[in-house]
Design a protein around this ligand. Structure first.
Ligand code: URA
Length: 431
């Protein structure tokens, strides 16, 4: 296998980073391209990813790494859709169904949202998995279909194409099995390379912080957000990042079809206050980047005007928006052990419970259950009575119930007094 080109070799790149040095532009371009083409072996790239995780990369290295990943594939050209393009990316959380009401809302206000998504892994659900619970809906679209839907409807949520940042596809799978996911330079370049290659004109990042998030502390979340905003600036992509709370699940529904049903409530002008608040905050930032300042997304959402856009968005991808959603064959309550105020409903505990019930996958090849998940009947701050149902567990595989209950064992806290809760919007980071 040719693992050296000109005067660069994989071992030299690995040892430079292992010893705390910085990688040159040529080294970065070469190693990303050679890995994509199979000329750098998985074990060499795994070693380099670990060296990057341990020793970091500076801002210039990260910008160049991102560019090399973009250059590994195609850059979509969606400029002809006739509306300003703007997208959002969430780092993933429990009950985070915000894309579902947000994309039609922003489209209803006049922008176009090209949301090319991946699938969920672990305790955070994937947007495509949620939408696939709608009968007939399909995730895979051709580039022509994406462009046509953006012009006609203004919003597309679909599977990313194999030609978009293929270096990231290969590297992310490798990081997943080599303990190298949690590197801020690698996460930031992975996310931003895909969004820049997608051809959006503006980007709003929802960086989650808390137990149910990738980033457990505010410091790490801020560092990731700042790194991504800096990459956006270096590549001429106007980018705003919001840090938002993920210590409790968003809304009441966690699980694919359950979250679609809750999103429809929001699109019809109702739904849980936190889901509405976050949808509106993100829409406001997206519309500002798109230059649309004459509409209040809160009014558009509460009027129900985004719902017909949702119907068209789903129908354009073969889905039947009026078809009944799948329902689980087994539903069991989780009861309050005492009376008091529910002060804790830990996002990671609920996320793992939903995952064990079948809503998420442990490996990429796994299938998910459309109807599995957790419904929160009580929310933090609610007064509860002993024996009252706090949650509902939904699954088609009743053997999964004990595992889900075990995940929740320390996740629900009932106290004598209410506890103060932090805000949903923790911070905003602009270029
Ligand atoms: N999501 C991505 O797309 N890439 C990462 O590296 C982590 C989360």
């Amino acid at each position: 296998m040719p693992s050296a080109v000109h005067n660069i070799s994989a071992v030299e790149v690995i040892t430079a980073k292992r010893d705390g040095g910085r990688l040159s532009d040529e080294q970065i371009d070469w190693v990303v391209s050679a890995y994509t083409h199979g000329d750098v072996a998985d074990e060499q790239m795994a070693s380099l990813a670990m060296a990057i995780l341990l020793n970091g990369m500076d801002a210039e290295e990260i910008a160049r790494w991102t560019q090399a990943m973009i250059d590994s594939g195609d850059v979509l050209s969606l400029g002809a859709v006739g509306r300003p393009l703007v997208d959002k990316h969430s780092t993933g959380g429990v009950g985070d169904k915000i894309t579902l009401p947000l994309a039609p809302l922003v489209a209803a206000c006049g922008a176009a949202v090209p949301q090319l998504s991946g699938r969920g892994l672990g305790h955070t659900g994937g947007t495509l998995d949620k939408l696939e619970s709608i009968p007939g809906w399909r995730a895979s679209l051709s580039l022509d279909e994406i462009a046509a839907q953006l012009s006609d409807v203004g919003a597309v949520v679909c599977a990313t194409t194999p030609t978009l940042a293929p270096a990231d596809r290969k590297l992310y799978a490798l990081r997943d099995v080599t303990g190298t996911v949690e590197s801020i330079p690698l996460i930031a370049s992975s996310i931003m390379s895909k969004k820049i290659a997608e051809g959006t004109g503006g980007l709003v990042l929802d960086v989650k912080v808390g137990s149910g998030a990738f980033m457990k502390t505010r410091e790490r979340a801020r560092e990731l957000a700042e790194t991504m905003v800096r990459i956006g600036s270096a590549h001429g992509l106007p980018t705003t990042a919001l840090l938002t709370d993920m210590s409790v699940p968003l809304g009441r529904a966690v699980g694919n079809a359950l979250e679609v049903a809750e999103s429809v409530e929001v699109l019809r002008g109702g739904g849980p206050a936190d889901v509405v608040e976050l949808t509106v905050v993100l829409a406001r930032e997206m519309l500002a980047l798109a230059g649309i300042t004459d509409l209040d997304p809160a009014e558009v959402l509460s009027s129900g005007a985004a719902y017909p856009v949702w119907e068209r968005m789903i129908a354009a991808q073969g889905g039947d928006p009026s078809a009944p959603l799948p329902r689980a064959t087994h539903v069991e309550p989780v009861l309050a052990e005492r009376s008091g105020v529910l002060t804790g409903c830990d996002a990671i505990a609920v996320g793992v419970a939903a995952w064990r019930l079948g809503a998420g996958r442990a490996r990429k090849e796994d299938t998910v259950q459309a109807a599995a998940g957790v419904l929160l009947l009580a929310r933090p701050g609610d007064e509860v009575e002993a024996g009252q149902p706090l949650l509902e567990l939904h699954t088609d595989t009743p053997d999964a119930m004990p595992g889900a209950r075990a995940a929740l064992a320390d996740g629900l806290v009932i106290s004598d007094e209410p506890a103060a809760r932090g805000p949903l919007l923790v911070d905003t980071i602009r270029p």
